[in-house]
Structures are given as structure tokens and as C-alpha cells.
Design a protein around this ligand. Structure first.
Ligand SMILES: NC(=O)c1ccc[n+]([C@@H]2O[C@H](COP(=O)([O-])OP(=O)(O)OC[C@H]3O[C@@H](n4cnc5c(N)ncnc54)[C@H](OP(=O)(O)O)[C@@H]3O)[C@@H](O)[C@H]2O)c1
Length: 326
């Protein structure tokens, strides 16, 4: 089967496309034959070595397809099931992958496999951020960094549904239009404007209740400065690099603020929580509250190009990789 492998950490060129025999599932595992694979920023952290993984490995946490082999003792899946999965042990950049049955999410009718592959990890992230990490209430002032990114655009639509007042940053005029269309009330181009100054002006110097920041290094300090007294900074990613160290006294100086650095893994700690978040996500997609579609489709063989485009900030919306069909 077609598979991408990484033998050393580095830039996008370390993604090598090769052919290997399809693996067999062990006890409690299934094999999923992929229709599409989710492209996620975290894949670049695994590839670069920012997040440590044992070499060699096949990257990718998310894919959708059909169950085509069952390991011993599997009770929650059947051959032919349409599923999406989020797998901690990676391996999704391939035509098929071995997945623990507890990591499978059955696909409801009406959610196609390609959409599920591009949406599920980011959508479940948006779900836990706005409902659990900081449960957003109607009227809250919220700042979303990289508001027209793949995860950012889902967060923004969810916030609009919850009745928040939304400020969003973007890196270009074209992305500004997309952010506004998704429900951002005040769009700031942080390439040309000082976003801290703008947030203070928009909120009459009060500051926002919460910041969702997946950009990291280049925005982190500014995000702290945008908060109201006792506001919350949710630092959930490192698209521009990991933020530097923070002293407890920095939190005091910023107004007794709260800082958290969450991960989807810890917010889907049980099978019930995992399925609950997926179910709520798919329900909001089916009812039209979340307007999501796949914006970019790359052949799996072009995985390196997809990583380059993601890191060069060229991508807007959801993207998938599609393996050769054999
Ligand atoms: N903690 C979790 O559970 C979790 C789960 C999923 C995703 N995440 C994080 O969420 C963030 C977004 O992930 P995503 O897959 O949806 O990607 P994405 O938002 O589609 O892409 C990242 C965006 O960040 C912005 N950015 C600003 N500075 C950048 C830089 N120096 N290099 C690259 N991008 C830069 C760009 O938007 P502009 O051009 O508009 O600035 C870019 O489009 C990532 O940090 C990811 O790790 C975290």
C-alpha cells in the first residue's frame, strides 16, 4: 500500500512516499482502508521533531474510510463500517492504518468520509475549547488568533452560535473576508495592525474575557495583554513556534489572569467523552450551524507540498490528503 515515512526530523522534504505491505490488526484493533486523511498542523510538529516521536514513523492522526480487517476480540466495529478516527500512535498518512477500536467514530449518514477526515480532529478541538476549557457564554468578548485557519474558522462559527462578541486576527486581506463571513464581528489583520491596540480600542480598554491562541510564539505575549482582569488565555497551539517560558508573576502583572495549555487528548479522556464530542460536532454540521467543506485536496504523494503550503500560511479552511486507490 502507499505510505509516507519519516526517517529523520526536518523540513517538509523528509516526507518520503513508498510502498509497503498492508499491516494486519492485532487484538482490539481494526484496519481502516482510507478514503481521505486529515491534514493537521500537529503533523508538522511530529515531522520537525518539536513533538518527539520514535523514528522511523508514518505521520498523521486522522483519517476516514472503511473497516476492512478485524483483530481478535473486536466488539465495537464490523467489516464495512464507515468510520473516522483520531489515533495517538499516528500512521494515518497511508492507504490504510491499524487503529484501536476505541479510537473509531462511526460516521452518521450525511457526513461523507472526505469531510470527516478533514473536520473531525479540528471540530472536536473547537468543541472542547469553547464548551469545556472556557465555557463561552452569550455576550462574552472573545479573541481568536488565526481566525480563518482550519481550526479557527470552526471555533469562530461555534462562538457565533453561542452568541459571543468575536474579535479575530488574520494574516491577509483575503483571509479577513473569510473570517467576516464566518461571523467574526471585528477582524484585525495582525500583519498590518497592532492587534493589542485594536482589541483595547474595540473593547473600550476593558479587554476580552478569553483568548483562543493557536499561533503561539508570535502572538502569546500580545494575547496576555488583550485580556480583561481575571481573563483566560487558552494557548492551544504553536503554528509560529512554541511560546517562551512564563513566570507566575507575569500572570499577576497581566491582571490575575488564568493560563491553560490544553490538548484534545486530555479532553477526550474516556470513550464516552470522545464519542460525545464527535456526536455534538456532527449534529451541528448536519443542522447547518457549522458550515464546513473541504477547501483543499492533495494527493497523498504530494504530502510534502501540503506541509509547505500549511507552514507558508497559504491554506485557508479544511484540507485532506487522498491516497492512490488500488
Ligand atoms: N491543543 C489541541 O488540542 C489542538 C488540536 C488541534 C489543533 N491545534 C492547534 O491549532 C492550531 C491551528 O491548527 P490548524 O491545523 O487548524 O492550522 P491552521 O490554523 O489552518 O494554520 C495555522 C495558521 O496559523 C497562522 N500563523 C500565524 N503565524 C504563523 C506562522 N509563523 N507559521 C504558520 N502559520 C502561522 C496562519 O494564519 P494567518 O496567515 O491568518 O496568520 C495559518 O494559516 C495549531 O497551532 C495546532 O497545533 C491544537
Amino acid at each position: 500500500m502507499q505510505v509516507v515515512q519519516i526517517h529523520k526530523f526536518g523540513a517538509a522534504e523528509v516526507l518520503e512516499v513508498t510502498d509497503l505491505p498492508a499491516p494486519q490488526p492485532g487484538p482490539g484493533q481494526v484496519r481502516v482502508r482510507h478514503s481521505a486523511i486529515g491534514l493537521n498542523f500537529i503533523d508538522t510538529y511530529h515531522r520537525s521533531g518539536l513533538y518527539q516521536v520514535e523514528l522511523p514513523f508514518t505521520p498523521g492522526m486522522e483519517a476516514a474510510g472503511v473497516v476492512d480487517a478485524l483483530g481478535e476480540g473486536v466488539s465495537q466495529a464490523r467489516l464495512g463500517d464507515r468510520v473516522v478516527y483520531i489515533e495517538r500512535s499516528l500512521g494515518a498518512y497511508a492507504a490504510a492504518n491499524i487503529v484501536g477500536e476505541d479510537r473509531l467514530i462511526p460516521l452518521p449518514d450525511g457526513i461523507d468520509q472526505q469531510l470527516a477526515a478533514g473536520l473531525t480532529l479540528k471540530g472536536m478541538t473547537a468543541h472542547y475549547l469553547v464548551t469545556s476549557t472556557y465555557p463561552v457564554k452569550q455576550g462574552d468578548w472573545v479573541l481568536v488568533q488565526a481566525a480563518s485557519g482550519a481550526t479557527g474558522s470552526i471555533i469562530v462559527q461555534w462562538l457565533a452560535h453561542l452568541g459571543a462578541r468575536i474579535i479575530g486576527t488574520v494574516g491577509s486581506a483575503e483571509k479577513a473576508k473569510a473570517a467576516a463571513a464566518n461571523g467574526v464581528d471585528h477582524v484585525i489583520n495582525y500583519q498590518t495592525q497592532d492587534f493589542v491596540e485594536q482589541v483595547r480600542r474595540i473593547t473600550d480598554q476593558r479587554g476580552v474575557d478569553v483568548v483562543f491562541d493557536g499561533v503561539g510564539k508570535t502572538t502569546f505575549t500580545g494575547s496576555m495583554a488583550c485580556l480583561k482582569t481575571r481573563g483566560t488565555l487558552v494557548s492551544f497551539g504553536n503554528a509560529s513556534g512554541a511560546p517562551g517560558p512564563v513566570e507566575p508573576l507575569d500572570l499577576l502583572r497581566s491582571g490575575s489572569i488564568y493560563l491553560t495549555r490544553p490538548s484534545l487528548d486530555h479532553y477526550t479522556a474516556t470513550r464516552e467523552e470522545f464519542l460525545w464530542r464527535a456526536k455534538e460536532l456532527f449534529a451541528l454540521v448536519s443542522s447547518g450551524v457549522l458550515r464546513v467543506k473541504i477547501a483543499n485536496i492533495y494527493p497523498l504523494a504530494d504530502a510534502a507540498q501540503a506541509h509547505k503550503d500549511l507552514e507558508a500560511r497559504k491554506i485557508r479552511g479544511l484540507s485532506v490528503l487522498v491516497p492512490d486507490q488500488v
